[in-house]
Write a protein that binds this ligand. Structure first.
Ligand SMILES: C[S@@+](CC[C@H](N)C(=O)[O-])C[C@H]1O[C@@H](n2cnc3c(N)ncnc32)[C@H](O)[C@@H]1O
Length: 249
């Protein structure tokens, strides 16, 4: 069961701008925590990424986008599996850590992930030199939105799923994941750090069927869906939905 909301503010009346502002403050404050949990998250990622690693038999280098890439853990994992990776995150601290970690990996210059700062729903990003990039004209073989969609209130969750799917190339795959909950709730919840201190941030909770329905409705006819469950290091159950663009349309 999710923890009780830290604030009584009704989620349906929530204003996206203030939710994004609160979440940005929260993730800026949580950035160092992501460095601490990197190894455990990578262990879990090996499970939920297995579906795409097994399927990847193409000879050319595949393009991957990691939405809400945090400290870059998954971006580096994908780069190690041969993907040409772009990671985006609205937290400058997360992006700073992700870029800083480049020094620790021995990757050829053209195999290094690129990290862009920017809010995904707005869709404007900046590279390390401050140049603006829009991803709208790009197509990716793999789009990862791990623990991301649930950070948006309805109906923006659906809009964000659609935006992510629009970036998927023909025969490419998008991965969407969330924790599996008993009931649908959304609001401000405390996210705890490993030292027991907490930060308020907004998130939604979805029972399995509701998250599946959200992705299915947004994906429509062009996509084939496959779902899998896994357990993270804290014993929480996760649902990962792989949406593969199997048809033109
Ligand atoms: C729950 S964490 C998940 C991190 C990573 N995907 C993982 O699975 O470990 C969410 C990440 O998304 C970023 N984020 C949250 N809302 C965002 C938004 N609207 N646009 C871009 N990044 C966002 C946060 O800064 C944070 O790094």
């Amino acid at each position: 069961m999710p923890a009780a909301p830290a604030s009584a503010e009704p989620a349906l009346e929530a204003d996206l701008t203030s939710i994004l502002a609160t979440n940005l403050v929260a993730y800026q404050a949580l950035a160092s925590e992501y460095r601490v949990t990197s190894r455990q998250r990578l262990k879990h990622a090996a499970e939920w990424l297995a579906v795409v690693f097994q399927r990847n038999t193409r000879s050319r280098r595949l393009q991957a986008l990691d939405i809400g890439c945090a400290d870059g853990s998954h971006a580096y994992l994908l780069a190690a599996h041969g993907y040409d990776v772009t990671g985006v995150d609205f937290s400058p601290r997360m992006i700073q850590i992700a870029r800083w970690r480049l020094q620790r990996f021995r990757l050829r210059k053209d195999h290094r992930p690129r990290f862009l700062t920017g809010e995904f729903h707005a869709g404007t990003f900046h590279d390390a030199a401050g140049r603006t990039e829009l991803l709208g004209d790009r197509q990716f073989d793999l789009v990862v939105a791990n623990a991301f969609v649930h950070l948006f209130p309805r109906p923006y969750d659906r809009a964000v799923v659609k935006k992510a799917l629009d970036l998927v190339a023909f025969q490419g795959t998008a991965l969407f994941s969330t924790t599996i909950e008993d009931s649908r709730e959304e609001g401000y919840f405390v996210k705890y750090r490993s030292d027991g201190t907490g930060v308020d941030r907004w998130r939604g909770h979805y029972p399995k069927d509701e998250f599946l329905a959200l992705i299915r409705d947004a994906a429509g006819e062009p996509f084939d869906l496959q779902d899998a469950t896994s357990t993270d290091m804290r014993g929480r159950s996760w649902l990962t939905i792989a949406a593969r663009r199997a048809r033109v349309g």
